[in-house]
Design a protein around this ligand. Structure first.
Ligand SMILES: [Zn+2]
Length: 261
């Protein structure tokens, strides 16, 4: 990643502050107090943190690019003892989603990663595998090529969070379901055989499970050569998103927006 722009948020060097620098992914920002912005970041060193970018509102046009969700930055920030919010001093853009063309689908796909990371990760817990997954899938999301990285991200995120059930056996009777269609419920753990499926269950085709197996074995770059229209493994995407939604106990808005495309 080659650095392109550097933005400075304010003076550094107050007493009692610990200065830090980390690669980070911008997840969200909100207006905060007068002219400041509150920014949620996934840092490589410290996991998810929240910080204040002082006066960023007033010069929003200047900082707007660096604060776009899923921008990868080298963040310089300062921690004060016993304070949850860090002080954001400077962002150097390493990769920006705005450097490639943007449309509604690509924006919603990038938003899905930011939304899930924001909801799923506790603060101050480094998750290097999640960081790498998020960055890799975000950079593969391009206009007309979003469905593979969306599915790959949702599936792997479920696994990295420890939420992915074994797909090869019925959770009720233990029947070997490898190579077969399985059923799952949006309100219960595991997958089921046809006899044990619940009234509210949906199915996951054998082909979809085959795609999941490939995604768990292959780096994303190996799969991107193939054609991935919206309809390919759409039941797998639905399964992966609903697994995340059940554990997050909320709907993922950007995933719903994507399905309406
Ligand atoms: Zn069964």
């Amino acid at each position: 990643m080659a650095p392109s722009h550097a933005f400075s948020f304010g003076p550094a060097g107050e007493k009692g502050m610990t200065q830090r620098q980390s690669e980070a992914i911008v997840l969200r920002s909100w207006p905060f107090e007068e002219a400041d912005l509150l920014v949620s970041l996934l840092t490589r060193e410290q996991g998810r943190i929240k910080g204040v970018a002082r006066h960023a509102m007033r010069s929003r046009r200047r900082f707007g690019g660096a604060l776009e969700p899923m921008t990868c930055v080298r963040a310089t920030y300062a921690e004060k003892p016993k304070q949850d919010l860090v002080r954001l001093d400077a962002f150097e853009i390493l990769w920006s989603p705005l450097s490639d063309p943007v449309d509604y689908g690509r924006t919603a796909a990038l938003e899905l990663i930011a939304e899930v990371l924001e909801e799923a990760l506790p603060e101050q817990a480094p998750e290097d595998a999640v960081f790498r997954l998020a960055f890799t899938t975000a950079t593969e999301m391009q206009i007309g090529r979003i469905w593979l990285p969306v599915t790959y991200f949702a599936l792997w995120m479920g696994r990295l969070m420890g939420w992915m059930p074994a797909l090869g056996h019925c959770t009720v009777c233990g029947l070997d379901l490898r190579g077969q269609k399985v059923w799952y419920s949006e309100i219960a753990d595991g997958v089921m055989c046809e006899d044990d499926r619940r009234g509210d269950s949906r199915s996951l085709s054998a082909e979809a499970i085959g795609e999941a197996t490939r995604m768990f074995r292959s780096p994303l770059g190996e799969l991107t050569q193939e054609d991935w229209p919206k309809g390919r493994a759409s039941d797998l995407r639905y399964f992966a998103v609903s697994l995340l939604e059940r554990h997050l106990e909320r709907r993922i808005r950007s995933a719903r927006a994507l399905e309406r495309l």
